[in-house]
Design a protein around this ligand. Sequence first.
Ligand code: PGA
Length: 246
Amino acid sequence: MRKLAAGNWKMNGTGDNLSMISQLAAAHPSPKSEILICPPTPLIHRAATISDSITIGAQDCHAASKGAHTGDTSVIMLADAGATYVITGHSERRADHKETNKNVHAKATAILKNGLKPIICMGESLEQREGGNTLEVISNQLAHSTPDMAAGHTTVIAYEPIWAIGTGKIPTLTQIGEVHDFIRHQLQTRFGTAQGGAFRILYGGSVKPTNAAEIFAIPNVDGALVGGASLTVADFSPIITALDAA
Ligand code: PGA
């Protein structure tokens, strides 16, 4: 399995920031890991023309292919712009736009049907963590957000504890390992040992150059979904190097 270093720029960046992608490509001419940048939608088309070695993705999509949905973007449009991955079910979208597992399932289905790869995000709140409900929450989100047509080579799962996103706090390495092992087991139970074993499971939430190596050493951590630290080469490049070395 090729590991995945995915950068989620969120609502950050204009055309001026695209030079970061060429700098990143120059710093990693033949990366062992796959490098993905998910810039804001207006930058996808330009970002996709910069380098063959950096894959470009989107941060969200609409589940329908076209129609009266002002302001939304379909998977066909994202593919046309040059995206090959689409993040779906990020906790910021679940919170800000009241997205449910059902919405995420519909979006992931649309992404797969159009030949793109969903990165399906899930994670517990601090209250759920402290209440001892983490695995139950993950089990529920995984089961109901992931379509039956998902497969290891087409679909990526991202475990992102909500309380670790943008906060500088991360779970203990044992806690990360516990959730990743759990997700792997659930995937293998549902899709079979080989198929379930082929899904990449990313960790996300305050991944930095200083903690990347220890996170990537955890079994069943197949890469990272990185927010803040994906915005500069100085931060993202050492994370890619750590993943290549893991
Ligand atoms: P962060 O964000 O790395 O800034 O914590 C991760 C994410 O939300 O994907």
